[in-house]
Design a binder for this molecule. Structure first.
Ligand code: UGA
Length: 421
């Protein structure tokens, strides 16, 4: 049945959730304090690039099931559910900063109509639902409903989820939240708030650890002379291991894995627990990024006056997000060493400090370069024709951190391709 939903926060989680709930037939109001951003969204032009999102936002706006508002008071007056999708950035010690979340909850408390259910989707340290309950001013229970949306496939992940996790002290309240998703036919994990919040951190930390593990295996292969593709083929047939989140790369990044692994470690430490595995995954990831820098540098040193082309800035393909992107960290490290370089990304802009080395086409990046480092798996890089690349480049070094090029074809035209493994 159609419900009135208010979504507070129009970041990629809030906007995706709001637009998808409207797509499922609910009446949704998205609230944000940034009026300029709301105007942009209301005109159908989104502040973020997320495949498929623009279409469902536009259709929600045109059929009236999705509206934007800068007034929390107006929006919540008739709400059945209020979803909090707010930023929880890392504080200096790695823990999550809940200032925005608690400030919004304080404002929201007195405005809530009787019976409205508050649902927290923001990623928060375990037990924060209780903190939000206190900030609301008492009398309201907060349901935890963590999100598992990947940037670049957030709409698809919302509409076809592996599971939906709902944490509530009251089964009947949790059930009401579950009903919002019922047309998706997904597996619902109904649990308590602390377990739901832990599931979110555990999922991201597990996936990040899995990638750190495979990155280490790739480097072992590189040293011992084994072939990582073959090793992965052998590993992935074991259903206990599986094939997903097992692609080696330049290191994991983005706005979630780095932040959430650090927050879990900080939270455990405050309880006197050292999470050695997750701590090691974080350290391993940072060493892995350094290793990518060293690999590119060692290739560059083969030339007298090398020019390095770095392909990709976003933390993965199909997003323009460069937050905690290994590609940006690699570019910044090489830049600080004074390398002559160009960076190119089909969609993302890097930090301003890279502006003067950023070029607007792949061709420009490769023209006269001695070393090309592929740092993001954009299809454009996979589709490059080895012979044309050879004609453009002055050198013969390719560092394929994303395993996208066909090595024999590149070697056939005289390239030296380095990968990790
Ligand atoms: C991640 C989780 O996958 C989502 O389930 C979660 O909801 C989200 O964080 C969040 O907490 O909001 P996201 O950060 O968008 O999603 O990106 P992923 O696709 O998971 O990739 C994270 C990083 O791991 C990227 O740098 C990516 O390149 C890297 N990666 C991923 C690999 O190096 N190898 C892989 O096999 C998979």
């Amino acid at each position: 049945m159609s419900k009135r939903i208010v979504v507070v926060g129009t970041g990629y989680v809030g906007l995706t959730s709001g637009a998808c709930f409207a797509h499922l037939g609910h009446r949704v109001t998205c609230v944000d304090s940034d009026e300029e951003k709301l105007k942009r969204i209301a005109s159908g032009s989104l502040p973020i690039y997320e495949p498929g999102l623009e279409d469902i936002v536009r259709s929600g706006l045109s059929n009236g099931r999705l509206v934007m508002s800068s007034s929390l008071a107006d929006a919540v007056a008739l709400a059945d559910f209020v979803f909090l999708c707010l930023p929880t950035p890392p504080a200096a010690d790695g823990s999550a900063d809940l200032t925005v979340l608690t400030a919004v909850a304080k404002e929201l408390g007195p405005l809530l109509p009787l019976g409205a259910i508050v649902v927290n989707k923001s990623t928060v340290p375990v037990r924060s639902s209780r903190l939000v309950e206190e900030s609301l001013g008492g009398g309201h229970r907060v349901v935890s409903n963590p999100e598992f949306l990947r940037e670049g496939s957030a709409v698809q992940d919302f509409l076809a989820p592996d599971r939906i996790v709902i944490g509530s002290d009251q089964q009947s309240t949790g059930q009401k939240v579950a009903e919002l998703y019922e047309t998706l036919g997904a597996e619902i994990v109904l649990t308590d708030p602390e377990s739901a919040e832990t599931i979110k951190y555990a999922a991201n930390s597990f996936l990040a650890t899995k990638i750190s593990f495979v990155n280490e295996i790739a480097r072992f292969c590189e040293l011992i002379g084994a072939n990582i593709d073959e090793v992965l083929r052998g590993l992935s047939h074991d259903v206990r291991i599986g094939s997903t989140y097992l692609s080696p790369g330049p290191g994991w990044g983005g706005s979630c894995f780095p932040k959430d692994t650090r927050a879990l470690v900080a939270s455990a430490r405050s309880l006197g627990l050292a999470m050695r595995v997750v701590e090691s995954a974080i350290a391993s990831n940072s060493e892995h990024i350094d290793h990518a820098v060293n690999t590119i540098r060692s290739e560059a040193e083969l030339y007298e006056k090398p020019t390095v082309a770095l392909l990709g800035l976003s933390f993965k393909a199909h997003t323009d997000d460069v937050r905690d992107s290994p590609a940006v960290q690699i570019a910044m490290a090489l830049r600080s060493e004074g390398h002559d370089m160009r960076v190119y990304d089909p969609m993302a802009r890097g930090p301003e400090t890279l502006d003067h080395v950023r070029v607007s086409s792949l061709r420009e990046a490769l023209d006269g370069a001695h070393v090309a480092g592929i740092l993001t798996e954009w299809p454009e890089f996979e589709e490059m024709e080895p012979a044309s690349v050879r004609t453009l480049m002055a050198g013969i070094s390719i560092f394929d951190a994303r395993y996208v090029v066909d090595v024999p074809r590149y070697e056939a035209v005289g390239f030296r391709v380095r990968r990790l493994g």
